[in-house]
Design a protein around this ligand. Structure first.
Ligand code: MV4
Length: 447
């Protein structure tokens, strides 16, 4: 087992990894930018190294500085958290080349799953359902039209260099197709410097269902059920839950089994998530695979009673997973609300500044993962999430009630937050009945 791990991240996820290491008897090294000198991850780590000024490029993305910090402190492993360098192939390669364990999959795996076409091909070979569409990039209008007729309308045209919802164009009428195809290509050239597009069957009003996976270095891969992340706004997740109100035990086994087949086909190790689109008829289609721990991992932890970060560290140290898939079942229901320093009454615009009062909720089944505190000055440099509120109840209804009460107890003064928005959602009839999809929030806000 590692004696010392450096966490190449900041904020709540850095605190989360510090806690897991503490419980595993592992010493921790925090890295921080000048503006983060008073952050809690600096305070609670065993050692802390300043790696540069505020801009991420000069600090949390500064590979030489991070590697120097690891060398100076003798860290044997580096946990990248999420975002920043967590899926950076070069960073994983550098760690591998100097014998420091990158706590995640090996660099070739990050590369493979990071290439949309390779990932889709891999999943197809493993029998994982993928969205019907072109086999890679569509080279010209003639081929595109043939595909449109094969797939059937509506179709979606996607820029291969796009991502996160950018460079996508839906076509519902044949008469629109030629113009849409040409416009999509020229917009892709302008936006990404690459005009290449591919075409897929458009899945109407999909849910975003993702499967939590964990694999060890002995060929074992398990799934820990699904998370429903359909409550999004402009590709930003706001509320996540496990299990999904749209998935029963039988469907869970189907989707989870498909995800495990996909992961096993590439000998996946570490934690990972396979994202699916699911239509109203419960057909599910592979979207992408994330080779890192995710913000919303906590709802899986609460529903399955498993500490994912500790197991991620154990498998990185070579331990064998002691699980039996048949015993990995969700119990009760967990919901997470992302607490962002944003103003929901003004287009969720950032609301950085100084927090004057900070009181967190608690009670049975209430968890707050946050690096914020009273008098904390939120830097405008990084993303706006200042914490996550997670609740666990025996039923979804109880979890919703518990979430509403916890949000009501959550006092943050001095900045605007998404708390009022989340309270409204816990009282929204569609959310409460589970009748939502990935465009629900945007329709609700008339975006
Ligand atoms: C789709 C789709 C419907 N049909 N592909 C959005 C970003 C990227 N992850 C893929 N996305 C979508 N791809 C087909 N064939 C709908 C979306 C989509 C979406 C997917 C997941 C979560 C939120 C979303 C919001 C808008 C669109």
């Amino acid at each position: 087992m590692f004696k010392k791990i450096l966490i190449a991240n900041r904020g709540e996820i850095s605190l989360r990894v510090i806690r897991a290491c503490r419980e595993l008897g592992i010493k921790t090294v925090a890295v921080y930018s000048e503006v983060d000198a008073n952050s809690l991850h600096v305070r609670f780590a065993d050692e802390a190294i300043c790696i540069g000024p505020a801009p991420s490029a000069k600090s949390y993305l500064n590979i030489p500085q991070i590697m120097s910090a690891a060398e100076i402190t003798g860290a044997e492993g580096i946990h990248p958290g999420y975002g920043f360098l967590s899926e950076n192939i070069k960073f994983a390669e550098i760690c591998e080349s100097v014998g420091i364990k990158f706590i995640g999959p090996r660099s070739p795996m990050i590369a493979a799953m990071g290439d949309k076409a390779v990932a889709k091909e891999t999943m197809m070979k493993a029998g994982v359902p993928v969205v019907p569409g072109s086999d890679g990039i569509v080279k010209d209008l003639k081929e595109a039209k043939e595909l449109m007729h094969q797939i059937g309308l509506p179709v979606i045209i996607k820029a291969t260099a796009g991502g996160g919802g950018r460079g996508m164009r839906i076509v519902r009428l044949e008469s629109e197709f030629e113009n849409a195809f040409n416009t999509a290509r020229s917009e892709a050239q302008t936006a990404f410097g690459n005009p290449d597009v591919y075409i897929e069957k458009f899945i109407e009003k999909p849910r975003h269902i993702e499967i939590q996976l964990i694999g060890d270095q002995h060929g074992n891969v398990f799934h820990l059920g699904e998370r429903d992340c359909s409550m999004q706004r402009r590709q930003q997740k706001l509320i996540e839950e496990s299990p999904s109100p749209a998935v029963d035990a039988e469907l869970r086994e189907k989707i989870g089994g498909a995800a495990v087949r996909g992961a096993k086909s590439v000998n996946y190790e570490s934690v990972g998530t396979i994202e699916f689109l699911m239509d109203k008829d419960k057909n599910f289609y592979f979207m992408e695979m994330n080779t890192r721990i995710q913000v919303e991992h906590c709802v899986t932890e609460m529903a399955y009673g498993i500490d994912l970060i500790k197991w991620q560290i154990r498998v990185a140290a070579g331990e064998k997973l002691p699980f039996k898939q048949s015993e990995l079942k969700p119990r009760g229901h967990a919901i997470e609300c992302r607490i962002n320093a944003e103003d929901p009454d003004h287009g969720f615009r950032p609301s950085a500044g100084k927090i004057h009062a900070f009181h967190t909720p608690s009670g049975f089944g209430v968890r707050v993962d946050s690096h914020a505190y009273a008098e904390y000055q939120i830097p405008p440099t990084y993303d706006s999430m200042i914490g996550k509120l997670i609740v666990h109840g025996e039923t979804r209804q109880e979890a919703i009630e518990k979430m509403y009460g916890a949000l009501d107890e959550f006092i943050i003064e001095g900045i605007k937050t998404t708390i009022p928005f989340h309270k409204q959602m816990m009282r929204n009839p569609n959310f409460v009945s589970g009748d939502i999809d990935t465009k629900f929030v945007e329709r609700l806000l008339n975006m």
